[in-house]
Design a protein around this ligand. Structure first.
Ligand code: GLU
Length: 329
């Protein structure tokens, strides 16, 4: 019996259509899931794929409501639906956030694989069909179990926790800067080099069943000459958490530091991440996190730090516990 794989299509460039095979202008989220599958007839040799048009959006539209609905659907399929794995087609823009969110809230060891494309489905040398074929192959592979949510793009397998989009348009636009890819997949033949080390899915305590919203968390991008009233505005708007994409090792100017202290005084949880794009933001390096009551983002960049902070704030506002989450998940 072939593995049963559910395909949840959410849109993105992998379902994009252009006027001509070489046109730069195109519409993402235009082609139905069944047509994406029809482009890879050989996939039936890998798995019995059940196709569902979950959404049809560019991934810049992803928000808490869509994430919560997607998590509920994936959990339902894996826990009660009898499928062996799930493949999700997604836009590339926010794939890293959706993937990390699912990595924390899916409660199953079964493979959950996100895939995407940089070129629309109608493009000359479209990358979507082989990416989708490879994603189904990885979902059907027994070694993919227990590895958390994975992303398959451009013949590579990445942990959803690690992957980031690093280029606006080029084919080779994804990497896992802190840890590297976990494997490769060549015309459906998957090979793993590493297993993700951080706790995920069933080992993570985050549950979102029945939730309709998550706490508001904003991200501010630090830069030379940044104005502190932006921080005050975020507090005034009712954010429960603030991720500061600091310069270098999560640093900020003295004026921003004073504004972050004001935010703390209003009970906003402040997480220091970095705009640098890779590396670790450590506690108490140039800034005294203990004295200011800040959380250091550890390995997470700002977008993923925001995802984890939302989920952590849903359970607790205890700073030590939130810091533990950043060092564990
Ligand atoms: N902005 C669209 C999205 O993220 C298209 C980009 C893409 O998928 O590559 O869905």
């Amino acid at each position: 019996m072939k593995p049963r794989i559910a395909l949840l299509a959410t849109g993105g460039t992998i379902a994009g259509a252009a006027e001509a095979p070489t046109a730069a202008h195109y519409r993402s989220a235009a082609i139905p899931a069944q047509e994406l599958l029809a482009a890879i007839p050989k996939v039936t040799e890998l798995a019995a794929v059940e196709c569902e048009q979950f959404a049809q959006v560019g991934s810049q539209q992803m928000d808490d409501a869509l994430w919560l609905r997607l998590a509920a659907r994936v959990n339902a399929l894996l826990v009660a639906g009898g499928v062996d794995g799930v493949v999700i087609t997604h836009g590339t823009d926010t794939l890293e956030e959706t993937g990390y969110f699912l990595n924390l809230v899916v409660k199953s060891e079964a493979p959950v694989i996100l895939t995407a494309a940089m070129r629309p489905a109608t493009a000359l040398s479209a990358d979507g069909p082989l990416n989708l074929y490879n994603a189904v192959a990885v979902a059907a592979h027994p070694a993919s179990r227990g590895k958390g949510v994975l992303v398959v793009v451009d013949d590579e397998i990445h942990s959803a926790r690690e992957i980031v989009k690093t280029n606006t348009t080029e084919l080779d636009s994804f990497s896992s800067p802190n840890t590297g890819r976990v494997g490769i997949v060549t015309y459906g033949a998957a090979r793993f080099f590493h297993a993700p080390v951080r706790a995920h899915t069933a080992q993570a305590p985050f549950r979102v069943d029945g939730l309709e919203r998550l706490p508001r968390v904003d991200v501010l991008f630090a830069h030379a000459g940044m104005e502190p009233d932006l921080v005050d505005a975020v507090v005034g708007l009712g954010a429960k958490g603030l991720v500061i994409a600091g310069v270098g090792n999560g640093n900020v100017s003295d004026r921003i530091l004073a504004a972050l202290d004001r935010a703390r005084a209003h009970g906003v949880v402040v997480v220091r991440s970095s705009r640098a794009g890779s590396g670790i933001v450590g506690r108490n390096v140039e800034l005294d996190d203990d004295a200011h009551g800040f959380v250091a983002a550890d390995e997470l960049g700002p977008a993923k730090a925001r995802v984890l902070l939302k989920l952590a704030l849903n359970h607790t506002t205890d700073l030590a516990e939130i810091q533990r989450c950043f060092c564990t998940y």
